[in-house]
Design a protein. Structure first.
Length: 94
């Protein structure tokens, strides 16, 4: 039995994720840098989905705006699990 594999799959299924979506727009490198520094964590983007960013924790829109020092309109969705169908791609945090 592969206990390590089972543990990793369980962690991936239970991972709290924040999806940032800027409909019709893109995220700028300065915004990504502020998110990384402000939350002291990884931010995941994808070149085929420039309107999305993924954070590996649940965050509120107010928290994100505070770290970004304001900014353009965007939506915040909190989901659970790397395989969640609401995610535009599977992030590679672990």
């Amino acid at each position: 039995m592969d206990l390590l594999g089972i543990d990793i799959r369980a962690q991936r299924a239970e991972q709290k994720i924040t999806l940032l979506h800027r409909p019709g727009g893109t995220w700028h490198q300065v915004e990504v840098s502020r998110l990384v520094a402000g939350f002291n964590n990884t931010v995941c983007g994808h070149p085929q989905h420039p309107e999305y960013l993924i954070l590996p924790e649940h965050r509120t829109k107010e928290e994100v705006l505070r770290v970004l020092l304001g900014g353009q309109a965007f939506d915040v969705t909190n989901v659970l699990g790397f395989e969640n169908p609401d995610l535009p791609w599977v992030p590679q945090f672990i």
